[in-house]
Structures are given as structure tokens and as C-alpha cells.
Design a protein. Structure first.
Length: 366
């Protein structure tokens, strides 16, 4: 560390420039990572937060929940192999509604479920509906940005029904649309189902073991059982969106490794004579290696601290509608990856230092 600090003091501009590059790369990685997590939540948070292990869908639905249709008879077949208390039917429908007194159209997703079951959302404001209430729903708090409030009324454009918002949830969205929860009584009314006709659901959520899930898929005809990760991949655009952002992040890490590798390798080549003299007077290769690693880690840590502060500063001024979510675990994960990448980038320099011959280097200096 002594040599590292002395060298920083001697070549301030050189290390400032490489540090600046690292700050910019780290900032980009953190920002894109926060954007990726924010988009992931905006696209599928209602599914991610569900208290379910598996989802039973129609076999031909290609893992798409909103394409699947399950009848009440099919639900009873499923419950023969999984307890009814661990099986929760769910109805999903993309919709458009208008706020009372306004003609502005707003996209949303209806989720119909047993509001006393495992799929009931957490209400953060107002109250929860029950299975017998009529014309009442619970909406995601993001709809407040569109002027909705407790006691406000919305009109579904497809069914023509008007609903009163009696509660708000937080972080409930599906396919980049806020989720509006309702009971099955209103679900039947939205679809104009007569009392003597079977209700149709999109999916049955399971809170059960893997063995029982596999048994259901084997014994119940016409259904497929998928886990939560498969379900998320079936949401339109989810996999492509996340894949593109993850590829960008991976390339930024590779760029960071190359920047550090090239910079410190060039520095090492320029200092071969000095390293040779140090070896000649007794400095061990391990001591010189620790010097290089300490330089790399110090630059990386300082760059990370600055970039984290910069990213949170930018996030603070972003509008609430921006899907950005930079959590402490995500920051720690990215920081850890940067430290690993920085050490990997210094390996070429360490190899060059280990191969320096003291006599040859002193002779070249002379």
C-alpha cells in the first residue's frame, strides 16, 4: 500500500483519468441495473409477489397466463391432487377504463381472486374488499398519478361497469399495467356470465410441493404446470427486455476489465526497470503483486463510492413514472462484481511482474 500511495501522489493525472473512466462505467452499470430491476417489477411485480410456487395453465397457452382458460370442472380435477386451501384460481384480463368525469383512457389489468385466499394483495391505504362486495375494487397506488383517489369511480370500457376504488395496493403491476383486484362476483359480472354457466379462470396458483405439481400435470389432462420463473418468461416482452439489459450490463463489466487490464499492463511495461531494481534489492514478487492489486482495488473502491452516490443522486430527481429500482442488495452485488472484475483485469500485469528478471532489467536500465 505504501508504494501504491506514493505512486498515486506522483502520477495524479494519470490515475485520475483511469478513475474517471471507472466512475462512468460503474455509473452506467448501476443505472442500467436499476432500470432492469425497475422494468422487471413494472412488468411482473404482481406475479413476483404472489404467494405461490407453481401455476397450472392450459397446455396450449405457451406459458402465457392471459392466453390460458380453465373451467370450474378443471379446477375441481386439480383440487383432487392438491388441497383446496393451497389451490387458488386467478382471472386475468387486460382492460381500459376511464375516470369519472374524464374521457382519458387508462390501461390496467383486472386480477380476480378469492380475496380471503393466498392471492389476496396487501392493502396499504383504504380497506380490502370481500368476496361479496359489489362494484368495489382495490387498485395499485400508481394510478394516483392519473388522478385517482380513494372513493373515486372508474368505468370499464369493455363491460361498461362502474367500480368504486376502496383501497390501494403497492407494487402490483402486470405487463407494464397497474393491477386492479376484484372478487369473483364482479369477475362474473364483467364477463356477463349467467348464474347457470361455469366460470372461467386463466390460471390456478399452487402452494404445494414439486411432487404434487408434477402429479397434477401427469393426471389432469390438458394442463401444464409451470414455476414462477417460467411464468415470468411467458409475460409478453419480459424475457427480451431483461435479456437486452443484462447483455448491456455484461458488456460493461467486460469493458471495465479491459480498461483496467490495458492501463495497468502499460504502466507495468513502463516500470519494468524499477521493478527489476526492487527485485534486485530483495523485494519479493508477492510484495510487488500486492502493490499492483492494492492500486487496482483502491481505484475501484473510490470509483464505486463516487458512482453509487452519483446514481442515487440521479435516481432522486427521476420522475415517479420512471421504472427505476436500485436496492441495496443490487448495489452490493454490482460492487462485488466490479471488485472481482478489477482483480481479473490486473492478472496480466501480475504475470508480467512475475516474469521480470532483475539482472536483465538492471542491465537494460544501465
Amino acid at each position: 500500500m505504501f508504494l501504491a500511495l506514493r505512486e498515486f501522489k506522483h502520477a495524479k493525472l494519470r490515475y485520475f483519468l483511469v478513475g474517471l473512466i471507472m466512475v462512468l462505467i460503474a455509473f452506467l452499470v448501476l443505472f442500467v441495473s436499476g432500470l432492469a430491476k425497475g422494468l422487471s417489477s413494472d412488468n411482473a411485480s404482481a406475479i413476483q409477489k404472489m404467494n405461490a410456487d407453481y401455476f397450472v395453465i392450459q397446455k396450449e397457452a405457451d406459458n402465457r397466463l392471459n392466453r390460458s382458460l380453465l373451467s370450474e370442472d378443471k379446477l375441481r380435477d386439480i383440487e383432487k391432487f392438491a388441497a383446496s386451501q393451497s389451490t387458488a384460481p386467478l382471472g386475468i384480463q387486460m382492460t381500459t377504463f376511464t375516470k369519472k368525469g374524464s374521457s382519458k383512457q387508462i390501461d390496467a389489468t383486472f386480477f380476480a381472486a378469492n380475496v380471503n385466499g393466498v392471492l389476496a394483495p396487501d392493502v396499504v391505504e383504504g380497506r380490502m374488499i370481500n368476496n361479496h362486495t359489489t362494484n368495489e375494487v382495490v387498485a395499485d397506488h400508481s394510478l394516483k398519478e392519473d388522478g385517482l383517489k380513494l372513493g373515486g369511480h372508474i368505468k370499464d370500457q369493455f363491460s361498461g361497469k362502474t367500480f368504486k376504488i376502496v383501497g390501494f395496493t403497492k407494487g402490483e403491476s402486470f405487463s407494464h399495467a397497474p393491477v386492479i383486484h376484484m372478487n369473483f362476483k364482479e369477475w362474473a359480472a364483467v364477463h356477463n356470465l349467467p348464474a347457470d354457466k361455469q366460470m372461467l379462470f386463466n390460471v390456478a396458483a399452487l402452494k404445494t410441493s414439486k411432487d404434487k405439481a408434477q402429479l397434477i400435470e401427469k393426471k389432469v389432462p390438458g394442463v401444464a404446470v409451470i414455476d414462477k420463473s417460467q411464468d415470468l418468461k411467458g409475460i409478453p416482452g419480459y424475457q427480451e427486455e431483461q435479456g437486452s439489459l443484462m447483455m448491456m450490463i455484461a458488456f460493461l463489466f467486460v469493458i471495465a476489465a479491459f480498461v483496467l487490464a490495458v492501463f495497468f499492463y502499460v504502466m507495468t511495461i513502463q516500470k519494468i526497470n524499477q521493478f527489476g531494481v526492487l527485485k534486485a534489492i530483495g523485494a519479493k514478487t508477492g510484495y510487488l503483486a500486492r502493490h499492483i492489486i492494492s492500486q487496482v482495488l483502491l481505484i475501484t473502491v473510490i470509483s464505486l463510492v463516487i458512482s453509487i452516490a452519483l446514481t442515487y443522486g440521479v435516481a432522486f430527481v427521476l420522475p415517479n413514472s420512471m421504472p427505476f429500482d436500485l436496492t441495496p442488495p443490487l448495489v452490493l452485488g454490482c460492487s462485488g462484481m466490479f471488485l472481482v472484475v478489477s482483480v481479473i483485469g490486473s492478472l496480466l500485469s501480475l504475470y508480467r511482474v512475475a516474469k521480470i528478471d532483475a539482472i536483465e532489467a538492471i542491465g537494460r536500465a544501465a
